[in-house]
Design a protein around this ligand. Structure first.
Ligand SMILES: CSC[C@H]1O[C@H](OP(=O)(O)O)[C@H](O)[C@@H]1O
Ligand SMILES: Nc1ncnc2[nH]cnc12
Length: 290
């Protein structure tokens, strides 16, 4: 099977990478069902990368319906070691204005209906998630943003991403609550993805693209899709440039990441006592520990 060290998951507005060359569509199946769409493998800056549209290329999957486990498993099958997520977010802070980019370093989980582990069925794993983002990958991403000097875009290094269930946007009370927690941005997708990537020993970082001020802001007391879509388009153009530059830097100098050995001290069940069927199902993650 074709292999790619760098994976990209494109969120709302980013359904393809225009600069990809020698593209092939790869249909993958996983023990957790099919991914959101075919994976698009191609070369970017001379490096093979794998791209997946998180909601499908026609945006037909809502956040609760996303096959997060299949998506990460598919990336693992392709050999991905660094995963860049591009995501639309609402801003919870005045200084993070629409079109700005935030590279979060923390998450808060406000989801209710997501499965965010590969394990169970006889194998217990407690992954370390105190630092949910790969610091080194986030640095490469942030440095790539800074180097491009994009018009009207301020880069915010670090910040907390609240992951809510959706699909409705927040109430004003919720939005104020998140602000009182010191959170920076709100979205609906990145926390389960980050957890599963960590279990899969894939370094993960998010390029959060601000589309709106959520509904706490005195001048923007409601979020509408119309408002979000206008900024999505400009964000997507910027995101393509940032990802391309990030891939160039990563290919030149792939950083070490603690994520790459995250399972080492996380598996509680002795694997020689674990059910064969589960070991088979999860072999892509467990093979190096068997
Ligand atoms: C288009 S507004 C709400 C929608 O956008 C974000 O998606 P993604 O993270 O995939 O870019 C947000 O999480 C919601 O799913
Ligand atoms: N205000 C918002 N809340 C949740 N997800 C979002 N994605 C983009 N804007 C958002």
């Amino acid at each position: 099977m074709v292999q790619a060290t760098i994976g990209i998951i494109g969120g709302s507005g980013l359904y393809q990478m225009d600069a990809l060359k020698d593209v092939q569509e790869v249909q993958l199946d996983t023990p957790f069902g099919k991914p959101s769409d075919d994976l698009i493998v191609g070369t970017l800056e001379g490096t093979t990368v794998a791209f997946l549209a998180r909601h499908g290329r026609n945006h037909h999957l809502m956040p609760t319906e996303l096959p997060f486990r299949a998506n990460i498993h598919a990336m693992k099958q392709l050999g991905v070691k660094y995963l860049i997520s591009a995501s639309a977010v609402g801003s919870l802070q005045e200084e993070a204005k629409p079109l700005d980019m935030v590279i979060p370093n923390q998450f808060i989980d406000r989801t209710k209906n997501r499965v965010s582990t590969f394990f169970g069925e006889g194998i217990v794993v407690h992954i370390g998630f105190a630092e949910p983002v790969c610091h080194q990958l986030a640095e490469v991403l942030a440095d790539a943003v800074a180097s491009l000097q994009l018009t009207d875009v301020t880069l915010h290094r670090g910040g907390t991403y609240i992951c809510m269930e959706g699909p409705a946007f927040s109430t004003q009370a919720e939005s104020h609550l998140y602000r009182s927690w010191g959170a920076t941005v709100v979205g609906m997708t990145n926390l389960p993805e980050a957890k599963l990537a960590r279990e899969a020993e894939i370094a993960y970082a998010t390029l959060a693209l601000v589309t709106d001020y959520d509904c706490w802001h005195p001048d923007h007391d409601s979020v509408t899709v119309e408002m979000v879509i206008g900024n999505l388009r400009r964000n997507a153009t910027n995101a393509q440039q940032v990802i391309q530059e990030t891939v160039r830097r990563l290919a030149q100098n792939p950083p070490p990441s603690e994520a790459h050995s995250a399972l080492k001290y996380a598996i509680l069940t002795p694997l020689d006592k674990a059910p064969e069927a589960t070991k088979q199902k999860l072999s892509i993650f467990l093979q190096k520990y068997l």
